[in-house]
Structures are given as C-alpha cells and as structure tokens.
Design a protein around this ligand. Structure first.
Ligand code: SER
Length: 618
C-alpha cells in the first residue's frame, strides 16, 4: 500500500482514538525534568512518571501520540540507508488499563486492516523467559488466536525481547516485536526476525511494562500493567512504499531535492556523494527540530546537548562543502524543513527566526574555522616541500616526503573540523597522501574521550528526584517573580534542571541590577515562607488560558487535557499558574532558601539565571 507520512500519522491516531485513546501532543525534544538524558528518545520517555504510577495522566489511562525523538548513539553511522538521528515515533499507551490481549489484537488489526499487510507477511518475536521471569506464553497464545502459526512466532532471549529501562532504572518489561517478511530469500539457516540481512523488517514493538529495574539491578514487579508501543514513521512508510532507503520517502523528498538544487547536481553518483547528501539531510533535519523545539534553550556549544547540536551542524556544513554547496545553505535547508513539518509541529514555525539565526551563526563560525584549517593545511604542505628541497639539496639519494602524518591529519580534524576524506582530497590535489593508520589511531583515542563526554549525561530514565522536583517548582516561582519585578515581557525561553541547580533562560534586554536580583530572590523566598499549596488541575489549553495560566506552547488538539499547576493561597488567589507536565512539590514550604548564583547573557535579548535551593540536610 502506498502511503505518505501524513496519512500514516492520521491513520494511527484515528485508529487508537476509535479504541478509546486520547490523542495527546508529543512532548518537547528536551526532557523536562530529567538531567540524565540529553534528548527525548522514545514516546514513553515523557510518560515515565505516569507509567510509574506517580500521578494520573490528565488525559486518562489510554493515550496515543506522535513523538519527536532524537537518538545520537549512532551518529557516525548516519549516511547508510537506515540510520537517522531524528525520527518520529507513533505510540499508544495503557497506563494500568488494558494489557496484552488488547494491545496485540489492536496491533494486528491495525497492520492488517489499516496498513493492508497480509497476516502471512507477519512474523513476531516474544520473550522466551529466564531465571525468575517466565516466558511470555500469554503473548504466544494471543498471536496464535489471531492466526499466526507457531513457526512464525520466535521465542527469543532478553537481548531481543526486553525493552527498557530507558536508562539505569525504571519501568521495563518483555516485549513482542512485529516484523514484515519482505519476501527476500533467507540469508542462511539462522535467518530470523532481528537478522540484519533485510529479509525481516521490524515495524512495531509492544512492550509490557510490568517491571521496575532498581538501582541494585533487580527487576521488581511494578505493581502495574502498562503497555508501551512504538512504531517508527520513516521506517514504516519506507517499507510500505517498497523503497530501499528512508531518504527516498516523502518526508525526505523536498529535503533531498533542495540539496540537489543547492549543489547543482541532478543526482549523486558516487557512494561518497550519496553519503554526504544523506548526512546533510539527516543532520539538518535534526538540528532544525532541536533549535525549533517548543522548550528551546539548546544552542550550539561544547557540552551535552549543545555539543551534539554543534556536531550535527558542523558535520552538515562539512558534507555540504564536499558537495560544492555554497555557504548560507543551513538557513535554506531549514526553511524547507520548517515548511514541510510545520503543520505537524507548529513550534518550528513559531521559532523560525531563532532556528535560522542560530544555524547561520554556527555555519559562519565553522566556515571561518574551516578556512583557517585550509591555511593550516597549506602551511603543512609548504613545510614538507621546504624540508624536501633542503634535504634533497644536501643528499641526492633523499626520497622526498609526500605524506601528511596521521597526527597532522588528526589535528586538522580535531581543531579545524576536517574529516579525513577532506584532507585526503586536498592532499591528492597537492600530490600528497595521508597516513591513514596513524590518523585512525589518534581518532580512536579521541573518540573514547568524546563518547565519555556525550555519555556523561547517560541516556536514561527520568530522574524525578526530590531535588529536581523542588527546583522545578522553584522555577515556576522564579518565572513569575521575574515578571513582577522586571515586567511581563519576561518569558521563559528554556529551562534545564540538574539535581544541584536550576537554569532559566528568559527574554529581557539588559543585565539585572543587584537590587533587582535581590527583589526577585525576596519575592520567591516570601512564597516559600508562606508555605503555599501547589494545586494540580486538568483542563484544556483554552480553559487554562482563561484561568490565567501561562502556557509555553500551543496544543494542536483543542480538546486535549493538560496539567495546570497553581501555586497560591487558593486556585483563584494565586502567585503562579502554569501549564506544565510536572511533577511539583505539594507545598512551597519544603523548598528551603532560594538563591540566585548567576545572572548572565544567554543570547541576544535573552538572559540566563542559575539558582539553587539551600536546603537543610535531610
Ligand atoms: N519504548 C519502546 C521502543 O522504543 C516502544 O515504544 O521501542
């Protein structure tokens, strides 16, 4: 069946709506209360507190959405036919509501009646059990009752059929994965779903989240039976349309067309050019989504999420140069991406200017570095030539050196962003070669370092610790206090919370005076002293706005229920009211003493505050 991404999203959400699910807005790409992750990696990620049963979800116990996800673990693989750093995940959830029977039956019904797959094309895998956790015979029986024969049900170990936790601890459980048999011949006697030969393509994953992995590594019953499912949009439309790569799908069509136009080529012929065009397409899409996110606050930089963003943009710039694309292309690419996706993700359009500005600034900065690198390269070559002349004049048997050393090539990469192949191309033009083995040695050592850097904020479970919850509530108080002291123009532009501190970016044109800082601190501390209750109510965005709540985003679904947190004597006589996913403390008295540690510029017209809660030792 031929299908576009738009059609697939609508089919999916409508189908689960018809099964009693509330269609909710996908969350920000930047995790709300989770210092242990850089980006949202799966649809379940923003739902962790609800999966854990910490509080009811405002929209109910059956949810469905399309979630923007970024996974950068495979950033170096991008350019092959399947790896993407950004993708959209369709999902449906049961929060302690329905369980395996409904989840599997609906997956089967959707695949066969809505996507038009024949039951004969379907193979499934289930958890085969291990010590302490039984095999998922219940899932086997359900698949059989739907007509999937024993020989197409594969019982596999934990490596294949267990999902989560997203990080070290948290909700997880056995899953059942659905694969489409493409009809290609098996690659060997061991070929089965999960094999990478291309015969079986995974289309959907139903996770039965009944367990909680503890910090000690034990699997405890969660005391709840949740369902968490995930279907990748790009991969599914690729397969349904019989295409070889995700880059041939309709979501990439305008992006690839723009890359061809900018490079002046009708098609990319060599494998290197094909790879470069895919890297530009993937990385520009991811960078545009990160910069255009509703929560914002991530700009190109040297640590954590900022570093990932910088790496994506710089890699795109390098590959674009390879393809002969002129500077200033990042903005042009982003314009195509924003226009293509804005009907699904309106935040991209709302943040259009910011996206363009940040991209252009980073492209320009990096362009300068690349030019410096070229000068450095020319200097290196000139130095070797001088050495050759000098030595040759002294010794007629001297064999001229025509190699750029591994160390020099790596320096070009590390300091000036030159990938090996670019240095090789330059070297070739100058009649030189590059010591590739030496380069690779240096590269490996560096990669281990940079992994440690990216990995330091482990991809992981939302850590809703007491500290982050308290700092989150303090952020609401601070946001409001800024509006009172400096003016209503102070809108939150980004927030980031670790166990130690909060960080709030907000719109304001000038440096705060010491008096203003003191006034804001005092105002926040007054609210803490008053020990105000924190109320949580569920309402639509329109109702929330009517009640005077601040909302940092727009909801696409007008009937969607959201959480509104009110901090005040009563729900009507309040200090702060914000639409927010939470969680928050129950009353402000527990927050301790609020102190602003730093007030600085974040970008043009945006200030940044770092603040802490000084709390008596527990
Ligand atoms: N969380 C599961 C996954 O990422 C199902 O959505 O595959």
């Amino acid at each position: 069946m031929k299908i576009t991404a738009d059609q697939l999203r609508n089919l999916y959400l409508d189908f689960f709506k018809s099964k009693g699910h509330a269609v909710i807005s996908g969350a920000s790409l930047i995790p709300e209360n989770d210092p242990t992750v850089l980006f949202t990696t799966a649809g379940m990620h923003p739902l962790v507190p609800y999966l854990m049963g910490k509080m009811p979800h405002p929209a109910g116990t059956r949810l469905t959405d399309v979630q923007k996800c970024v996974r950068t673990g495979d950033i170096d693989e991008v350019g092959d036919s399947a790896h993407l750093t950004f993708f959209e995940m369709l999902g449906n959830w049961s929060l302690n509501d329905y369980f395996k029977k409904e989840a599997i039956s609906w997956s089967f019904e959707f695949l066969t009646t809505k996507l038009g797959f024949s039951p004969d094309q379907l193979s499934v895998t289930v958890f085969r059990g291990e010590e302490g956790i039984p095999a998922d015979e219940e899932a086997v029986a359900i698949w059989k009752s739907l007509g999937i024969p024993e020989e197409r049900i594969y019982r596999l170990p934990r490596e294949d059929n267990w999902w989560g936790p997203a990080g070290e601890t948290g909700p997880c459980g056995p899953d059942t994965e659905m694969f489409i048999d493409t009809g290609k011949p098996a690659c060997g006697p061991d070929c089965r779903p999960g094999c990478h030969c291309g015969k079986f393509i995974e289309i959907w994953n139903d996770v039965f989240m009944q367990f909680n992995k503890t910090a000690e590594g034990k699997f405890e019953p969660l005391g709840r039976h949740n369902v968490d499912t995930g279907m990748g949009v790009e991969r599914t439309i690729c397969m349904m349309n019989g295409l070889d790569t995700v880059y041939d799908t309709d979501v990439f069509a305008p992006i690839m067309a723009k890359i061809r136009e900018l490079s002046g080529k009708e098609a990319f012929e060599t494998p290197e050019d094909v790879r470069s065009s895919r890297v530009v397409a993937d990385h520009m899409r991811t960078a545009t989504f990160i910069l255009g996110d509703q929560k914002g606050g991530v700009t190109p930089g040297n640590v954590g999420a900022n570093y990932v963003l910088r790496r994506l943009i710089r890699s795109a710039v390098r590959h674009a140069r390879r393809l002969g694309i002129a500077p200033g292309f990042t903005e042009k690419m982003a314009a195509v991406i924003v226009d293509e996706y804005k009907h699904v993700y309106p935040e991209l359009d709302q943040n259009r200017e910011r996206v363009f500005q940040e991209l252009l600034a980073e492209e320009t900065r990096f362009g300068k570095t690349l030019d410096e690198g070229k000068r450095e390269f020319d200097k290196t070559v000139a130095g070797i030539r001088r050495k050759n002349e000098f030595m040759g004049a002294k010794d007629p048997n001297y064999v001229p050196d025509t190699q750029i050393s591994g160390k020099q090539a790596f320096r070009l990469y590390d300091t000036y962003g030159y990938p090996l192949e670019m240095t090789q191309e330059l070297a070739k033009e100058a009649g030189f070669t590059v010591d590739v083995a030496g380069y690779q040695e240096c590269f490996k050592a560096h990669q281990e370092l940079s992994r440690a850097n990216v990995g330091s904020a482990k991809s992981g479970l939302a850590e809703h610790s007491e500290e982050t919850t308290a700092l989150h509530t303090a952020t609401h108080l601070l946001h409001k206090a800024l509006k009172i002291v400096l003016g209503d123009h102070c809108n939150q532009k980004g927030s980031n919370i670790t166990a130690e501190r909060l960080r709030l970016d907000f719109t304001h044109g000038e440096k705060m005076t010491p008096e203003q800082i003191k006034a804001v601190e005092d105002l926040v501390n007054e609210q803490i002293k008053a020990d105000l209750p924190v109320y949580r109510d569920m309402m639509t965005l329109e109702e929330a706005r009517a009640a005077g709540a601040t909302a940092l985003f727009s909801s696409k679904y007008t009937d969607e229920k959201l959480s509104v947190y009110t901090i005040g004597k009563t729900r009507d006589d309040f200090f702060s009211k914000e639409v927010c996913t939470g969680p928050h403390v129950e009353h402000t008295g527990v927050l301790g003493h609020f102190k602003i540690k730093k007030e600085e510029s974040s970008s043009a017209g945006v200030r940044r505050i770092k603040a802490v809660l000084e709390r008596p030792a527990q």
